[in-house]
Design a binder for this molecule. Sequence first.
Ligand code: MRU
Length: 358
Amino acid sequence: MNINGKPTRTILPSSDGQAVDIIDQTQLPHRLAFLRLRTLAETAHAIASMQVRGAPLIGATAAFGVALALREGVALEAACQTLAATRPTAVNLAWALARMQAHLQALPPAAQGEAAWQEAVRIADEDAAQNRRLGEHGAALLNEARRPGKARLDVMTHCNAGWLATVDYGTALSPVYVAHEAGLRVHVWVSETRPRNQGLLTAWELEQHGIPYTVIADNAAGLLLQRGEVDAVIVGADRIAANGDVANKVGTYLKALAAQAAGVPFFVAAPRSTIDFACPAGSAIPIEERHGDELRLCLGLDGAQQLASVRQLPSASAVANPAFDVTPAALVRAIVTERGHCPASGEGLAALYPKSRP
Ligand code: MRU
């Protein structure tokens, strides 16, 4: 997708195969800064600190992290262990590491470095292509959800499941981009997504593409749904269990409940790499607990336009910071993937991916 009108991806492999460039998402939407990752340690830090974030992008970055680690002489197993420990909920991370291991294990060590780089490039390219296809399937669903007589489609989303969260196109926002490209009038309600404010990333990327949006406080979502100002809610996912339960950014569950009460369809968009057929139900999904300072401190620009952190709670204040929640399958109207869409159920997912049952 575009930054200032120029096409780019969120992760850019260098031509000599020695590094990858990423957008440092901890600085957005205040400042656009690229960062070069050359080592396993830098890559693991980028994932854990959320310089790169979003389930599919975490997976692709980890794949490049394996390739960079092998270039440094780190053993495959050790590299995968380090990367696997960075973030627990997004299954795309474990998926990418398992794919890298399966691809590389059989090769002689001398051939592993180049093969790892090529496989990471394939993972990134496939993510972009799958998200584009997912967008085409999702756009049709969103269009059907538009209430009769309305010229504008009003979509609500949560967190950032746009192109910043993937290698390209995004998951929940890919259908929005496709609908916009096709000439449909679309407007997005963007919830702020406390405490990390990923909604501001969503606003930033929609702005880059000229798509109308309105940022709301997370707590305003119920009212807007109740008032009939939303045609459909669409979110991404960090892990979809085999029964269709969905782990996504904390706050997603509340939106799903409010959408159900208001009779508004609630869609989940994710590629195959986010579906965990080995995980029977949402209750088995590990939920990441992040540092309490994400609640105690707030990041923004000061009067001199410098990035500054402001304390809003004393350091001794007790806080809890679960980063994800689980939306039961029963609240999800459909799961949209690169293969089409299906009911959020074991049967639905198995019909889309007949060979993937554990
Ligand atoms: O903690 P984050 O910012 O990595 O969480 C991201 C989300 O929860 C997204 O909604 C989800 O990963 C879908 S990304 C396409």
